[in-house]
Design a binder for this molecule. Structure first.
Ligand code: NIG
Ligand code: FE
Length: 398
């Protein structure tokens, strides 16, 4: 566990009240022991010193929605969409999620780990210090288990904290095409009990032509009964009722929400369900973004996340996501930075993350910029200079 003394911070975003200028952060044993004005800082006392040279410091990003364990390549689908085919048409023709399922079923655990670890290393250098990882490209018990084991291994071997989500109901697999309810039974009766030690949450893609609200309710109730709260793929391509279901069940989060209504926003807010927005998906598909401002103003805990996946949002770093949340979803700079840090942490139950105050985990980013606003303002500039995880420097760009 590490000690550090970060001095000469030009702008410190604590997510705990006001932004502090001319600040110091002190780290003892991997945790923050002081964060505030340099005038109030304790003695340096031999801790390793980082001179921030008036640059900005913010909490590490918490990416609350990823599908980053997968094999195969779908860049051809990106070209086909640019030429006019829709995401749903490509899926119906056997591409989309099922193309990745075929490649992932064929991949070894070692292959999947190496592919995922490469993505997570880029995430870390982009400032991500905690993340969620979903299964959902196996759709059979053996491959779903393999994906979740790889996701757990990422958290053990790389300097990130990981929460895992079982997404066995991501699509109906080809062998069950004629009997979707039979597949839902299999998810409930065989898969959920088998993955319960490996998955922290349970997710269902509630969408026209994928899983209905009724099917999802059955799966979520079975998951909750064995200690796996719901995260819901809701209202992504159409308005089907996934957000209402998330509110009804008191889910941990409702995610995507491209077609969310003001009534849904009120219901999510009242039920305490986090709204996890993934602007990379609508950006990549060229479809309209939901209003983050509407969800924020309704009182929702808003998070923004990459949705890193090979189909709709092959994004690994949070900077562009934050910029899209500001430019296309109507969040303010402060709201978007909060959503990418504290919002993500709250949605995943990481209570000591996403803030910089006494007692927080010392997950910190030193930016190569004077203010946090440069992140959305200059989204293609790799402005995370140093990523610090639990008080250790895990990535540094010179
Ligand atoms: O979050 N919506 C469903 N799942 C993913 C896309 C998966 C894929 O195309 O491989 C998403 O957008
Ligand atoms: Fe997703």
């Amino acid at each position: 566990m590490s000690d550090l003394f970060l001095t000469e911070i030009g702008e410190l975003t604590t997510n705990d009240g006001e932004v502090v200028t001319n600040a110091v952060v002190v780290v003892d044993d991997g945790g923050v022991s002081f964060a505030g004005p340099s005038a109030d800082a304790p003695e340096h006392r031999g801790r390793p010193l980082i001179d921030c040279e008036k640059r900005a410091v913010i909490p590490g990003f918490v990416d609350a929605h990823t599908h980053l364990v997968f094999a195969g390549d779908r860049s051809d689908e990106f070209r086909r969409r640019l030429a006019g085919e829709s995401y749903s048409e490509i899926g119906a023709a056997g591409g989309g999620i099922l193309a990745t399922v075929a490649a992932t079923r064929d991949a070894t655990a070692e292959d999947l780990f190496e592919l995922a670890a490469g993505r997570v290393r880029r995430m870390i250098s982009g400032g991500t210090t905690s993340l969620e990882i979903k299964s959902g490209y196996g759709l059979d018990l053996e491959t779903e288990l393999r994906m979740l084991e790889v996701a757990r291994r990422i958290g053990e071997e790389l300097p990130v904290d990981v929460k895992t989500t079982f997404l066995g109901a991501h699509s109906v697999p080809p062998e069950h095409k004629k009997d979707p309810d039979g597949y839902v039974d299999l998810v409930i009766e065989e898969m959920l009990p088998a993955v319960s030690g490996l998955a922290d949450y349970c997710d269902v893609f509630v969408e026209e032509g994928v899983f209905t609200v009724e099917q999802a309710r059955r799966i979520f109730e079975a998951g909750a009964a064995i200690g796996m709260p719901a995260r819901v793929h809701a209202e992504q391509l159409s308005h089907l009722g996934g957000a209402g279901l998330a509110a009804e069940l008191g889910a941990a989060s409702a995610d995507h929400l491209d077609h969310v209504t003001p009534e849904d926003a009120t219901a999510l807010s009242e039920a305490g369900v986090s709204a996890v927005l993934v602007p990379g998906a609508a950006y990549t598909l060229g479809s309209p973004q939901p209003s983050g401002a509407m969800l924020w103003d309704a009182g929702c805990t808003v998070a923004v996340a990459t949705d890193c996946n090979p189909g709709t949002s092959y994004m690994e770093t949070m900077s562009l996501v934050i910029s899209l949340a500001v430019v296309q979803m109507g969040l303010t700079v402060e709201q978007a930075i909060w959503a990418a840090t504290r919002g993500g942490a709250l949605s995943l139950g990481f209570d000591d993350k996403g803030t910089i105050r006494q007692g927080s985990s010392a997950d910190l980013l030193v930016l190569d910029a004077p203010t946090a606003a440069h992140i959305p303002y200059r989204p293609a500039s790799d402005l995370v200079a140093t990523t610090i995880k639990a008080g250790s420097i895990v990535s540094e760009i010179r």
